[in-house]
Design a protein around this ligand. Structure first.
Ligand code: PLP
Length: 227
């Protein structure tokens, strides 16, 4: 995964690594879905990954997602796009229209707007609740202590298709304990999808039950430093 490799080589290496971790972790083959995180990368780079046969991508901003993916999605209905960054309520209409999975459901007002938009359009989509496992003030996600009430509000009151959980561990903490907490919550609430693990820690995440790993740098290389 060095800068000397092409994006296609990186993609292959990551896929092979995921397969071998699945094997050693006694996970079913291909049970882990790779979300190629293309934020801050060009359409040209995205097309290299797409043309290599990979169809699942993640973006963290609605406007950037619209700009890069509207065209490709019109002609390729098999492309699956995940929103992995915070969503403002005034962007819900665009987000529901463009994305197939929103991984960052995290507050009642947002849930209500998404529900209204799904009812209005009939859009079929997956929703994951983001959990702020480290209870960091600056990070989005529902805190573990508020999860139960929020989950019931989404799934029972609004009847939203909540399929799983997502987390981003604190940068300076051991990711394993956050993955363990998220995995435990997904078992308790019988939620099949578990989105956890990025370039630096996806091996640990897969061992702990991730069904989706969100990998950017290991495929596309370093991003220009913006956030
Ligand atoms: C950017 C981002 C990723 C990918 O991070 P890498 O370290 O580049 O693999 C994964 N998840 C989220 C939520 C992100 O914002």
């Amino acid at each position: 995964m060095s800068v000397l490799n092409s994006i296609e080589e990186n993609l292959n290496n990551v896929k092979e690594l995921i397969n071998s971790i699945e094997n050693t972790a006694d996970r079913v083959n291909n049970s882990v879905s790779l979300v190629a995180v293309s934020k801050q990368h060009s359409l040209e780079a995205i097309m290299k990954v797409f043309n290599a046969g990979h169809k699942v991508f993640g973006e963290n901003r609605v406007q950037e997602g619209l700009r890069k993916f509207t065209g490709i999605k019109e002609t390729h209905t098999d492309l699956e796009l995940h929103l992995i960054g915070p969503l403002q309520t005034n962007k819900v209409r665009d987000a529901v229209n463009l994305f197939d999975v929103i991984e960052t459901l995290d507050r009642p007002k947002l849930a209500k707007e998404i529900s209204r938009e799904i009812d209005r359009t009939g859009k079929k989509m997956g929703l994951l609740i983001q959990v702020n496992t480290g209870e960091e003030a600056q990070k989005s996600g529902v805190s573990p202590g508020n999860f139960d009430g929020f989950f019931k509000y989404c799934s029972e009151d609004l009847n939203l298709p909540v399929k799983g959980l997502m987390c981003i561990p604190p940068v300076n903490d051991e990711p394993a304990k956050h993955f363990a907490l998220l995995a435990e919550m997904s078992r308790r609430y019988k939620l099949p999808y578990l989105s956890m693990g990025m370039s630096a820690d996806f091996e640990t995440a897969i061992r702990m039950g991730a069904t989706h790993v969100r990998i950017g740098t290991a495929i596309f290389g370093e991003r220009e430093k913006v956030d």
